[in-house]
Write a protein of this length. Sequence first.
Length: 123
Amino acid sequence: MNDLLTNSLFIFVLAAFLGFEVIRRVPKLLHTPLMSFTNALSAIALVGSLVLAGANEGTLATTLGVIAVTASTINAVGGFLITDRMLRMFKRKDDRRAGPPATVSGDGQTPAARPATEPKAAS
């Protein structure tokens, strides 16, 4: 048991170090596609954790599955939000929405929600 734990810990530390070095050397231009790929991996981990949580293998497995579902969901959603923000940073200024957001008038309606007034007939 002790050898298995030592070997597993060694592999974990080696993978963490290798992953850090690989990510650190990625050019800035490739960060967005790389983030998209890691988001896809997080979604796969989410599916696996859902299977573990629903397998009904005991209380411990279900509890760990629920924790894994929560962590995977937070990781995937946060990754997609960050990727979306990074993609918006690379858009040209004329592609972004122009102008301030619609304001609410005194009657509580935004300009788009206000009913159109009918033109008055000329007399």
